[in-house]
Design a protein around this ligand. Structure first.
Ligand code: SF4
Ligand code: SF4
Length: 57
């Protein structure tokens, strides 16, 4: 999964949504750990500005 940094509001909401804790709020951006991510899609559906997309798209 990847985060579009120009769309992201840095609200941090997606961090709590991820069931495997793959999303981290860093100092200036959101980081998604591709090793932990199961591609469940929850964060994609949650993000209010559709900033998270699949790597496959
Ligand atoms: S939910 Fe969307 S806007 Fe909010 S921090 Fe996550 S990626 Fe950014
Ligand atoms: S797709 Fe699922 S597992 Fe991957 S970062 Fe989003 S919520 Fe977490």
């Amino acid at each position: 999964m990847k985060v579009n940094r120009s769309k992201c509001l840095y609200c941090g909401g997606c961090v709590g949504v991820c069931p495997v804790h793959a999303i981290e709020l860093l100092e200036t951006r959101i980081a998604i750990d591709g090793g932990k991510c199961t591609k469940c899609g929850l964060c994609v559906r949650f993000c209010p500005v559709a900033a998270i997309t699949s790597d496959d798209e």
